[in-house]
Structures are given as structure tokens and as C-alpha cells.
Ligand binder design. Sequence first.
Ligand code: MG
Ligand code: MG
Length: 625
Amino acid sequence: MRTSIATVCLSGTLEEKLRAAARAGFDGVEIFEQDLVVSPDSPEAIATLAADLGISLDLYQPFRDLEGVDEAQFQKNLRRAETKFQLMARLGIDTILLCSNVGTATISDDGVVVEQLRRLGDLADRHRVNIAYEALAWGRFVSEYDHAWDLVKAADHPRIGTCLDSFHILSRNTDLSRIAEIPGDKIFFLQLADAPALTMDVLSWSRHHRVFPGEGAWDLSDFLTRIAATGYTGPVSLEVFNDSFRQGDTNRTAVDGLRSLRWLEASIADASADSAAPGSGLDLQPLPEVEEPRGINYVELSTDDLGALTRQMHQLGFQFIGYHRSKPHVQLWLRGKARIIVSEVTEEAGTSSAPVNPTFLRGIGFEVADSKSAMERAALLHAKEVPRDQAHNDEVLRGVFAPDGSEVFFHQFNETTPAWIREFGHDHDEQISHIEHVNLAQPSNHYDEAVLFYTSLLALHAQSSQDVPSPSGLVRSQVMSSTDGSVRMPLNVSPQPNAEAVAGRGIGSVAEPYPEHVAVACEDVFHAAATALSRGLDFLPVPQNYYEDLDSRFDLDPEFLQRLQAHHVLYDRDEHGEFLHFYTSTIGSVFFEMIERRGDYLGFGAPDAPVRLAAQHRKNVQLSA
Ligand code: MG
Ligand code: MG
């Protein structure tokens, strides 16, 4: 599949954008006019640069407000078009995007528009230029793709075709069945964008909130399948207007974009292989398949405060198992099947100016059906491999960096105890406890990238997002999970102004890291809490007001309520079951949660999250006072 990206998706100068697109592996770009206008480079120099980089210039865009105007205005518009055709010749671009008129159209008459498109086509033919006519969702008289297609069809001119843009079509919820009527060779260009489900005016939605395929709420696989079935063979291009992307790192956004197309391409390639559906015109390439992960094999915490962290783990009932046989600073702690690797980070001599690493969640090992193909797939999706020292007799373990800098390892699933724990001198797991979810903080500007990362590399599904109030703002929370729930990861976007100050991974300031946590399932939360109490655990305090409110909400047995409060246990229930849990205080940017689920309660105690956030905020205020 030929891939392309509009320069408007990326930050930087035109030259930087072209270099980033080429480096990420795109086949071509759409030149957005504004990027050229502000560039000091001549059109010829841009063409030369693109050729040197090995990318094609696929489209010049946009040309606005041509059709549906009176004759005097139309003459002016043709003259304006001709100057663009001459410019395109200098750039070596043969196709221009024509947006349906939003500003100057005064004539709502398809006959007039058809005639004007035909005359534009004649002019274009003299310059050997193709016109891709696109219905903008907010066009004055033409706002639907099938209307634009009817006009193109009636114009019946070899230089006039249509451009289909998923945003303009899906944002209007237009019936997609008429796409099948369009011959593939009359689709002169294809633009893809996804978007979150928002209720707002469509122009603002389009200009600020488009995201790459897989990062929003739409079914782009279905959309692209329909396009493939027309026989379209041109580039599949990203046109994404997004405020964060435009401020983000150019190379990183380009990689995120290419990943979205590779993932989308593979999702259709797999489906068309199954059903023998058409799609060969796009030359779709599959990726090594990945099944949903079966569970979390381990979590790795990195710490500069080994004493505090391991003391807390002891208080929670974890047992120290041993040191790694070839990495003396790495320990294994177990509570049943909940496996925590603790790696101690010490300040290296001579680097005293470097910030001390606080305790942070360094990585997660996911159990996957085929670790080798998961890693191959990750590499083809341009994830960066984690460099790792490995002794010759250690279990081979490979992984990649997630967008927030944490490490994601692909661990071969197997019903038995993993072999690697022998590297810590241990040989079997108890069965009672396990890691039930991991809650990760995400910098807001890489949040969409994270959703696509976990969707495309690990086949996790994004659940609908929720906003949780905290003293410093709303925390956006979205759960990524496997279908059977064996892997669940709430991703939280912190409201802090410096959103990169997460988890102490050294990206941005670490002034007030947004905490992340490991949630451990246990059989009896009161027993776990009592043990922790007797071992002196610093629980996250829960206010009296919470328990009074709990009583009014659930009309609890007074003895049970008293028991909850005495054990610092929070409570929620729904029609399926109950949820009992307590939190530890935070060390560095990590805390723990112990959980007991009763019945089929599937949530995460969402009503309790604001209580936790407020308590953590109070602690932070105390600490900094
Ligand atoms: Mg468009
Ligand atoms: Mg994080």
C-alpha cells in the first residue's frame, strides 16, 4: 500500500517535514500550500529535496472556492487556478485538491457546477493536471461525498475526479453504500483521519481534533475496505489536523502516523485474505499476527530507595525471592503469581548533576501467544527495541519502548510457571495472588499515540474514556483491555501543566510526577490489610466523610462499614458484584493497590478515584510544605 501524509499533520519547517516523512518510511507527501508559502526554498528545490529523499509529491492542496459562482467571479477563479497549475509544474505535482466552495458560492445549481468543473478540467488538461474534488463537510452547497461524486460523474471529464476524505464523510454519518458506485480510477485521491466521538461544530472538530487511524472512534478498516473494493490504486494519505501533533516532535508524529497506516493496512489484508474480498489494487501487506495478551507476567519497578519500596512490598505480603544471578542490582518479589522485579538504580559516580531517579514503573511483561512474532510485528510498526543485557543462559526476552518511555516486553505464554524465575533461584509460583491491572500515567501530548501503540502492537481494545475530578484538574482515564479482561490497563492523562512530568523517566521535569500503580488481586482484602497494618504500612488515608457517604449510598451493615474503615478499605458495588480495595502511600511515582473482587464486578472503583486523588494531593502538599 502506498502511503502518504499531508505536511499539515507535522510540526516544523517544510524541509523538516519532508525529512521526517521520508525517515518514517512514507512513500510520499501532500504539500499543504501554507507550508510552501512560508518556505525560503524554491519549488524546484523542494522537488529536488523530495527526489533525493526518495519520496513522491502526491498532491498539492488546497484550492478553495472555485465553483457555484457567477461568470465574472469564475473567470477570476480560473486565472487563480492557472497560477497554481504553473506552480505545480515546478514542483512536479500532477494532482490538486479542490475543496467544495464554502465561502463565495452563490448559485445552488448542479448544472452550473458541472459546467464549471468541466471548464476547469479543460484548463487543467492544458497543464496536464488532475483535479480531485472533495466535498467539505461544511461546504456551502456541496457537503456530501456522493453529491460531489454525482457532479464529477456528470462533468465526465478525464481531468476531473473526486477526493474521498474519511473525516468529511464519517463526521456527517453519511451512508457509505454509494462508495461502491465510484470507479476506482475516478477516485483521484484518498485521505484518512480518525476522530474521537465529540458533539461540537464540525469545522472545529476537523481543525483541532482529527487523529490518526486507530486513535479515534471510527471504523477506518471498514472505510478503507470499501475504497479498496472500488479498485483504487493511489496513495492512502493521512490528513490530520491536530493541535498536539502540530506542536509535537516531527519525527515522532511521522512514525505514529505511519504505524497507524501499517496497522490499518494489515487489519484489512488479514480480513481480505480470509474472505477473498478485493483489495489487491492497494497491494495490502499483512503484519505478523498478534493475539490479545493472556496476562501480565511481571511488572518491573526501578528505584533509588530500595529500603522504602521493598519494605512496602513486604508489608503487602510480597516475599523476597532472590537476586538475579547475573544482575546483582535486580531482585524478584512474589505474592502468589504477582511478580515484581525491583531494579535498584544508584547514582553513578561523576554524574552528580543528573537528577536522582525516583521510584518508577519501568516496564511490563505481557504474556503473548507468540513472543517472536509479537516482536517482529512491533519492529514493523516502528517501535524501538529496548537494549538489554542478557547472559547466555538467561531466558531470551525482547521488548520495545511504549510512547511514555516505559518498557513493554513480550513474554511467551505458557500455562506453567515461567522459566525466568529460576534466574532468581526460585522454581514455582503460589496460585493465590496476581497482578490484576496496571495503571499508567500518560503525557497528554502522546496519549493518542499510546492508544494506537497498545491497539496495534498488543491487540488491546480501548474502552470509552472517563473524566475523574482531582484537586488539580480533571484526569482523563481510558482503559485498554483484552476481551476476557485478563489484561487491563487504565491510562490516565494527568491535568498538570507540564504533562511530561510523568513517572520520573527523565522526560521533562519531574517536579510533581503523576503517580502510577500496580493493582494486586488477593483473596481476602481484610486479611491483607490486617497484615499490612501489623507490619506498619503507610496506608493512603481515607477521610471519614467518605465512609459517611458510602453508608448513605449503599446502606451498609454498620459492622461491615466499621470494618472497612478500620482497614482503610474502600468499597464499591454494582449489579454484578462488589469491589473492595486499599491503597498504599506513594514512593517516588509508584503506589500499590490491593483488590478483592466479589462476584462479577468489572470496574475499577471509579467513584473512589477522586478520593484517592484528593488524598494523594494532600500528601504532596504536606511533603512540599
Ligand atoms: Mg481533506
Ligand atoms: Mg507512564
